[in-house]
Ligand binder design. Structure first.
Ligand SMILES: NC(=O)c1ccc[n+]([C@@H]2O[C@H](COP(=O)([O-])OP(=O)(O)OC[C@H]3O[C@@H](n4cnc5c(N)ncnc54)[C@H](O)[C@@H]3O)[C@@H](O)[C@H]2O)c1
Ligand SMILES: O=P(O)(O)OC[C@H](O)CO
Length: 334
């Protein structure tokens, strides 16, 4: 049986996940947008731009040619920014094997269409749900690349496919659990970035653990409200792709979303924060799409609403925190 995997995207997570896959016994080819990044992966076994100091296993190689990366791959892993997936995949789709399973590592919701990444994949490739999976959990790239122990969720509507992928990514430091709740995993992964932005803002403003714990907990309530309205299993939100990822992202200085929020909390503008890093903070775009999804679904989403306003520059981080406290009071479980 082929164990060739293509990873499309040579950023932090695509590269870190190549280590998981190589440790799981797969032969991995990464497609990278920039030739010099691919050359460094092949020649120095290192992604000097995104994961400096981490030695990549011999089973990992890279190419700038997507046709070469995709040739013979029975598993295709997608790790580009959520807002560029549709454009990228439209170019790649003709070269994806007709039975290949596509796995989204992305944590965002498309602006405009409000599609989750699995929905973009289905629309662009015409693949059925049995060929589309999601891997999501508390998985900060640098820690995974250092092979620090972590768990995650492999979700696919077809449990046999989820189990096949589970076997392929199970490695000494990475423990995958299966799920059939693709929607719940995707919304948990996208929403926690928005909550991490607001937690980062609280940290940037100098507030302590009571404030961050309150925002995290109400963030989970907001995520669960929307996800359950759209059909997610509530237990998914209590699991690794929900609470687990929320805690990791909101607690860690390694999180790009939390760091982005912290800079906003310290008074930088969105343009200044974007200019200060080349890495993607998905929540800065997905706050708008998740807010639109919540509004369309009739779900109250105060955190997405206020984060969207701060990112858009129509409200300050301090005014956001004041507004959270001043909201009409209600029962916790409403
Ligand atoms: N980094 C993590 O710890 C982590 C963990 C889990 C999930 N994710 C998710 O994985 C996805 C990718 O994140 P990342 O951490 O690898 O981001 P990154 O910023 O580290 O890298 C993004 C990669 O995409 C490329 N890219 C940027 N714009 C592009 C475009 N228009 N077309 C094609 N390629 C483009 C960049 O060159 C880079 O290689 C995101 O949805 C993120 O939320 C990240
Ligand atoms: O760095 P962030 O904020 O994109 O978060 C990374 C991962 O999603 C954590 O699981």
């Amino acid at each position: 049986m082929s164990k060739k995997v293509a990873i499309l995207g040579a950023g932090s997570w695509g590269t870190a996940f190549s280590i998981v896959l190589a440790d799981g016994g797969n032969d991995v080819t990464i497609w990278g947008r920039r030739e010099e990044v691919c050359a460094a992966i092949n020649d120095q076994h290192e992604n000097v731009d995104y994961l400096p100091g981490i030695e990549l296993p011999p089973a990992v190689s890279a190419t700038h040619d997507h046709e070469k990366a995709l040739a013979g791959a029975d598993v295709v892993v997608l790790a580009v920014p959520s807002q560029s997936l549709r454009e990228n995949l439209t170019e790649w789709a003709p070269y994806v094997g007709k039975d290949a399973v596509m796995v989204s590592l992305m944590k965002g919701v498309e602006l405009g269409t409000l599609d989750r990444m699995s929905e973009v994949i289905a629309e662009v490739t015409g693949a059925g749900p049995e060929r589309i999976a999601v891997i999501s959990g508390p998985n900060l790239a640098k820690e995974i690349a250092r092979r620090e122990p972590a768990a995650s969720v492999v979700a696919c509507a077809d449990v046999d496919v989820a189990q096949m992928l589970q076997r392929r990514v199970h490695s000494p430091a990475f423990r995958p659990y299966t799920s059939v709740d693709v929607l719940g995993c995707e919304l948990g992964g996208a929403y926690k970035n928005v909550v991490a932005l607001s937690v980062g803002m609280a940290v940037g403003l100098g507030f302590g653990d009571n404030t961050t714990a309150s925002v995290i907990t109400r963030g989970l309530a907001e995520t669960a409200r929307l996800a359950m309205k759209l059909g997610a299993n509530p237990l998914t939100l209590m699991g690794l792709a929900g609470l687990g990822d929320l805690v990791a992202t909101c607690s860690s200085p390694l999180s790009r979303n939390r760091t982005f929020g912290e800079k906003l909390g310290k008074g930088m503008t969105t343009d200044e924060v974007v200019a200060s890093t080349r890495q993607v903070a998905e929540g800065a775009k997905s706050c708008s799409s998740l807010l639109a999804l919540a509004t369309q679904s009739g779900v109250d989403a105060p955190i997405a609403h206020h984060v969207d306003a701060v990112v858009a520059g129509t409200m300050t981080a301090k005014d956001m925190m004041d507004a959270f406290i001043a909201r009409d009071t209600k029962a916790e479980t409403d």
